[in-house]
Design a protein around this ligand. Structure first.
Ligand code: ATP
Length: 204
C-alpha cells in the first residue's frame, strides 16, 4: 500500500498545495494523503509563523471535501523542532514496512534537501512525489551526484505549475488585495474572520 505524506507550514494552505496532493494521489495511486502541519518548522525559525491551531484549522477546512485527505497532529504534539526524517520514521513504525511512503513536496523544497537533517536516511525511508514550482528547475543527475540514490526515489508529477505561495497570500491580505480562488472559500473566510495576516493582531 502507498500513502502520501504532505508536510508543510501551511500558513495558509492554498490551492497549490491541494492540486499537488490530489495529483500525487491519482498519479501514484495513493491510498490516502496525510497532511502534516509543522509545529515549529525548523527552516522557518527566523520567521513569524501563525499559531499552529489556526494553521491546523485551515488545513481541516481545506481538505474536508476530499475523502482521501486526512490531517495528522504528529508534528504538533511532539516537542519541536520536528525534522522530516524523524516524522517519516515514526509514521513508518506506525504503518509497518509494507507501506510505501511518498513524501509530497515542491521542486523548491527538493532543491534544498541537502540542507535538511540527515537527508541520506530520508532517502532510504521514502519516495519523493515532486511537483514543479515556477522558477525551480531540478536537475536530477546533479542532485543525485550530491545525494546518491535520490534520483531513483523521485517521481516527478504532471501537475499544473501554480505560482501561488503562502508568503504571497500573506502579503496580499496585508495589502488588502483579493485572495479569492487562491485558497478554498472556507479558508478565505477563516483568514478574514480571525484577522490572520492583517495589520491588526489575529484573534484566537
Ligand atoms: P512560503 O510561501 O512561505 O514559502 P509555501 O507556499 O511554500 O510557503 P509551505 O507550507 O512552506 O508553503 O509548503 C509546503 C510544501 O508545499 C513545500 O514542499 C512546497 O514546496 C510545496 N508547495 C507550496 N506551494 C506550492 C505550489 N504552488 N506548487 C507546488 N508545490 C507547492
Amino acid at each position: 500500500m502507498r500513502i502520501g505524506v504532505f508536510g508543510g507550514t501551511f500558513d495558509p494552505i492554498h490551492i497549490g498545495h491541494l492540486v499537488s496532493a490530489e495529483e500525487a494521489r491519482v498519479e501514484l495511486n495513493l491510498e490516502r494523503v496525510v497532511f502534516v502541519p509543522a509545529g515549529l518548522p525548523p527552516h522557518k525559525l527566523d520567521h513569524v509563523v501563525s499559531p499552529v491551531e489556526h494553521r491546523l484549522a485551515m488545513v481541516e477546512l481545506a481538505i474536508a471535501s476530499n475523502p482521501h485527505f486526512v490531517v495528522s497532529r504528529i508534528d504538533i504534539d511532539r516537542p519541536g523542532p520536528c525534522y522530516t526524517v524523524d516524522t517519516i520514521e515514526l509514521l513508518k513504525d506506525e504503518w509497518g514496512d509494507e507501506v510505501e511512503i511518498y513524501f509530497i513536496l515542491g521542486s523548491d523544497s527538493l532543491l534544498e534537501i541537502l540542507t535538511w537533517h540527515d537527508p541520506r536516511r530520508l532517502v532510504r525511508l521514502c519516495y519523493f512525489a515532486v511537483v514543479s514550482r515556477p522558477g525551480y528547475q531540478v536537475d536530477l543527475d546533479e542532485l543525485d551526484a550530491l545525494l546518491p540514490g535520490v534520483a531513483s526515489r523521485v517521481r516527478m508529477l504532471d501537475a499544473p505549475e501554480l505560482a501561488i505561495s503562502s508568503t504571497d497570500i500573506q502579503r496580499r491580505v496585508r495589502e488588502g488585495l483579493s485572495i479569492k480562488y487562491q485558497v478554498p472559500e472556507p479558508v478565505e473566510g477563516y483568514i478574514h474572520r480571525h484577522k490572520l495576516y492583517h495589520l491588526t493582531l489575529p484573534t484566537s
